[in-house]
Design a protein around this ligand. Structure first.
Ligand SMILES: C[S@@+](CC[C@H](N)C(=O)[O-])C[C@H]1O[C@@H](n2cnc3c(N)ncnc32)[C@H](O)[C@@H]1O
Length: 256
């Protein structure tokens, strides 16, 4: 996992430069205002280059991110320098399956399919336990993931993405392999990178295994950790989950 993401990190912000982190952060804030108003502190599991976190800090929250990739964490630290906020922002280089900060938060978030990267029951349970142990008793845990009914209905398809900035040109092919009995999709990425100034070409191949989830299995694991699902919906639209909702969002809380 670490080395995959270390390679990936270099190109991550370019690959996702069009991803609307501002709108996504506003969506998360709306959910916070509805389900846990007056929240001030957020822990982000799998914070990547910190793009949600910096926006959330600018909107008035103290934010801590935990990220396994050293390169992504360093990039987050670099991005932090441009922040227009005096809220506390901290990035910790660590594994969300076992990091313990000995601090409780109003909100734990985990966004952009971080949970779907936890492909074994053990990893998922450990990550949920990390969320639980950092939540205040009335705190909420918000996460998104690939939604099983839609993945099996629509089926993953091959895709190509082209991107360019002043320094590099990228062509990324994504080829999915559905592992029907494991509830996972292995996405093979072939990334061709042209370094424009030096005229050098590189090619990176990597496989990201993504797990899709169903609500009852999430309930089962969360219940074992004394948590429960308070709400679920389609990511960003807020629509009811259906077999057309590839991305789902769950809000969980501790059971009293
Ligand atoms: C698709 S990225 C999302 C990053 C960020 N949340 C965002 O929205 O840009 C998934 C992230 O999860 C991180 N990740 C996956 N498993 C992890 C683990 N066990 N511990 C910490 N970070 C992890 C990866 O390193 C990667 O940065």
């Amino acid at each position: 996992m670490n080395s995959t993401f270390n390679l990936y990190a270099k190109y991550y912000d370019l690959l996702y430069k069009d991803k609307d982190y501002e709108r996504e952060s506003e969506y998360i804030i709306k959910l916070i205002d509805k389900f846990r108003p007056d929240s001030e502190t957020i822990l982000d599991l799998g914070s990547g280059t910190g793009r949600h976190d910096l926006i959330l800090a600018e909107k008035g929250y103290d934010v801590t991110g935990i990220e396994i990739s050293e390169i992504m964490s360093k990039e987050a630290e670099r991005n932090k320098k441009n922040i227009r906020s005096d809220r506390k922002v901290k990035f910790v280089n660590g594994d969300i399956r076992n990091t313990r900060l000995h601090e409780k938060f109003d909100i734990v978030i985990s966004l952009f399919h971080v949970m779907s990267y936890q492909i074994s029951n053990k990893d998922l349970t450990k990550t949920f336990a990390t969320a639980e142990s950092h939540l205040k008793d009335d705190g909420i845990f918000i996460f998104d993931f690939w939604y099983g009914p839609a993945v099996l209905t629509e089926r993953p398809e091959s895709r190509v993405k082209y991107l360019e900035n002043e320094e590099i040109k990228i062509e990324r092919h994504a080829e999915p392999f559905l592992k029907i009995n494991e509830n996972t999709v292995d996405v093979k990425y072939t990334v061709k990178i042209e370094e424009k100034t030096e005229g050098k070409n590189n090619e990176i191949t990597e496989i990201h295994s993504m797990r899709y989830f169903f609500i009852p299995e999430l309930k089962l694991i969360l219940n074992q950790l004394n948590m429960g699902i308070m709400h679920f919906e389609e990511w960003m639209t807020g629509n009811k989950l259906s077999d057309e909702s590839w991305y789902a969002l769950v809000i969980a809380g501790k059971r009293s």
